[in-house]
Design a protein. Structure first.
Ligand code: ADP
Ligand code: ADP
Length: 229
């Protein structure tokens, strides 16, 4: 069964201006999909609806087969891990930044959890280890390194669905490709939804949804959309 389903979703922030005009799509379990479209197409709105910052005026949204209006906010957040564009790190160790959601966890416990969640390919590419202080007082991380920590922070909680909300859009395309390749390795069996405006982000996706003026302009695989025809 599909993990995330949008079913004829109609939504506008204001009464007289509809943003999503009956949007429907399905994200099969274990697949990697991308939602692309120009600025203003409604991509972030999809993320906000998924987390119930707003509810649609019509249609419904299912996560794991359940209408999200019928599940608790806590279980919704446990089901969907989000990595935003500009992740903020604490002025603390890399280990603390990865494990801060686990109250009272020691550096060793966080490292064990990261190993258990197979996150080492993400972390090994950082210029320093778990105990290294980062931020103002410590090591300055590049944008790409920060996003590696942010992705590890989200994945260490083992959410079945990973939502990348322009998570690599601020990076140069080479760093982006590097991170996406690592992500592919560590997250192969997980469902992932990547929201992006840049086509370079989506090369690895199983299915691509092109959003245009609040509906799906096109959907298909990379070759179907960009190949001959
Ligand atoms: P994208 O992420 O594709 O750039 P958004 O989902 O952020 O697009 O925005 C879609 C449309 O909704 C845009 O026209 C934007 O101006 C409008 N919009 C976004 N947030 C709000 C808001 N809080 N109130 C009113 N309009 C909004
Ligand atoms: P915590 O460790 O506090 O649970 P999360 O990784 O769950 O932190 O992220 C915080 C929450 O912020 C998310 O679950 C989501 O509800 C919300 N959030 C953050 N950024 C966005 C976004 N761009 N769109 C929608 N929701 C967001």
């Amino acid at each position: 069964t599909p993990t995330v389903v949008f079913e004829n979703v109609v939504f506008g922030y204001e009464k007289d201006r509809t943003i999503l005009h009956g949007l429907s799509f399905e994200v099969p379990a274990g697949s990697h999909v991308a939602i692309v479209g120009p600025s203003g197409a409604g991509k972030s709105t999809i993320a906000r609806l998924l987390f119930r910052f707003y509810d649609p005026q019509a249609g419904r949204i299912l996560v794991g087969g359940q209408d999200i209006r019928e599940v608790t906010q806590a279980s919704l957040r446990a089901a969907i891990g989000i990595v935003p564009q500009d992740s903020v790190l604490f002025n603390d160790t890399i280990g603390y930044n990865i494990g801060y959601g686990r109250a009272g966890a020691s550096a060793e416990e966080i490292e064990a959890a990261a190993r258990g969640a197979s996150l080492m390919p993400l972390i090994e590419r950082l210029p320093a280890g778990f105990e290294t202080e980062v931020g103002e007082r410590g090591l300055k991380l590049s944008g790409g390194e920060k996003q590696r920590v942010a992705i590890a922070r989200t994945l260490v909680k083992n959410p079945p669905i990973l939502l990348l909300d322009e998570a690599t859009s601020a990076l140069d395309t080479r760093t982006e490709q590097d991170i996406l390749a690592t992500l592919h390795r560590v997250s192969e069996d997980r469902t992932s939804i990547s929201i992006a405006h840049r086509l370079s982000t989506i090369a690895d996706s199983d299915r691509i949804f092109v959003l245009h003026e609040g509906t799906l302009a096109e959907s298909g695989s990379h070759t179907e959309l960009l190949g001959a025809g």
